[in-house]
Write a protein that binds this ligand. Structure first.
Ligand code: 3AT
Ligand code: MG
Length: 368
């Protein structure tokens, strides 16, 4: 097909910028979003403590993770919550199916709707709808890595407005195109956000994002120049492994202004970045040989990953979890769903190229 000229691309990018400007204000949550969700969290926390789900009067705290806390949440998102013992030294068997079942019973007695207890899942979880607000909620009983990856995503979101802008548009696009449902074999929202982060680290020139996990090792720390290496802790579900939970948190290190200034040296617009994002995942990624890895800010060769079993050399998209480095967040994508997702990247990329060539607005179904 005819390749659009630079000037024609400019036209399509501006049209995408306009579409984003129309759509994003509808996607960003209202001011009440956090307040309403905090009320639900408190109510559920009180309910579980009243029912003494940890036993022997031990108190728990419910912590919010996922899109209600990572700055990538839209109004219709579910509320993801996780049980943490109030006294941190308590060695409660939180991952036991028993705690999960007691959570389910307590919620059922309190009138929660559609309670589903998944006590044999890797992360035991109870799904339900809050009776007062109708909000879809879930409570997992032991999920420290999800709490940590939520903090990581939140830190990235604060560095540059284009991070949130892109993630909201891609999440919405994936939902509309029907490719955002891990239970049907397509990618989770978390997976798409990791793809956006890896893209912003590696494709725009200069890069918009660093790897905060790498910066943790490299950033000068005047208070402690002889900092010990980051600590590795036992993996919460798998005693044979350990994980490193450190990352450079700009809020805690006072480096946010510096990171924003560095990101701002890149002047590419949201529309241009979206066009490049679709083209990158449609045509440029060597899916057979490479792993998308926001931990390192570069793509990793599948063949060099230590845990080879987890990284078969097939043409599927593979995404390394930032903390569970043996875990492929995209493992749910099996043939033919990986092709479906890849074809959607191609479709979007072609629509943008066609729109550029014909000077019409690209129809990514962004407006609705
Ligand atoms: P939505 O707005 O609900 O679509 P989300 O960011 O809340 O997006 P999910 O509900 O799919 O995403 O997942 C909730 C959180 O659970 C996000 C992340 O902290 C954690 N999580 C999800 N999938 C994985 C995974 N495969 N590995 C590790 N953590 C995960
Ligand atoms: Mg969620």
């Amino acid at each position: 097909t005819h390749q659009p000229s630079a000037q024609q691309h400019g036209f399509a990018w501006r049209a995408l910028d306009d579409a984003c400007a129309r759509v994003l204000p509808q996607l960003f949550p209202s001011e009440n979003f956090f307040k309403r969700r905090e009320e639900v969290r408190r109510r559920v926390e009180a309910c579980l403590n009243n029912a003494d789900v940890l036993g022997n009067g031990r108190r728990l705290v419910l912590r919010v993770f996922g899109s209600s806390a990572n700055l990538f949440g839209a109004e219709g998102a579910d509320l993801d919550m996780c049980v943490v013992p109030a006294a941190s030294e308590e060695d409660t068997e939180l991952s036991s199916p028993e705690v999960c079942r007691r959570v389910g019973e307590a919620l059922e007695s309190a009138g929660a709707k559609n309670v589903q207890v998944r006590d044999t899942a890797r992360v035991p979880i109870v799904l339900f709808a809050d009776p007062q607000t109708g909000l879809d909620c879930d409570v997992s009983t032991h999920n420290p890595l999800a709490l940590r990856n939520t903090e990581l995503l939140r830190a990235y979101a604060k560095i540059d407005g284009r991070v949130r802008g892109m993630a909201y548009v891609i999440k919405k696009w994936a939902k509309i195109r029907g490719i955002n449902s891990p239970s049907d074999g397509t990618l989770s929202s978390y997976g798409y956000i990791l793809c956006v982060l890896a893209f912003l680290q590696t494709v725009p020139n200069p890069p918009i994002l660093p790897s905060l996990q790498r910066l943790d090792l490299d950033w000068p720390n005047p208070k402690n120049p002889d900092r010990p290496p980051p600590e590795r802790v036992p993996h919460p579900f798998d005693a044979s492994r350990d994980v490193c939970l450190s990352f450079h948190d700009p809020d805690k290190t006072g480096s946010l202004a510096d990171l924003r200034e560095i990101a701002g040296r890149n002047r590419q617009s949201l529309g241009e970045l979206l066009a490049l994002f679709f083209r990158h995942y449609a045509w440029d990624v060597d899916y057979r040989n490479l792993v998308v890895a926001p931990r390192t800010a570069c793509v990793l060769p599948k063949a060099n990953k230590a845990e080879l079993d987890c990284w078969p050399q097939n043409p599927h998209l593979a995404i390394e979890d930032p903390f569970e480095t043996h875990y492929d967040v995209a493992h749910v994508l099996k043939y033919p769903k990986h092709q479906l997702v890849r074809k959607e990247f191609m479709r979007a990329s072609k629509l943008i190229d066609d729109a550029a060539a014909q000077r019409v607005d690209p129809d990514l179904v962004l407006d609705y």
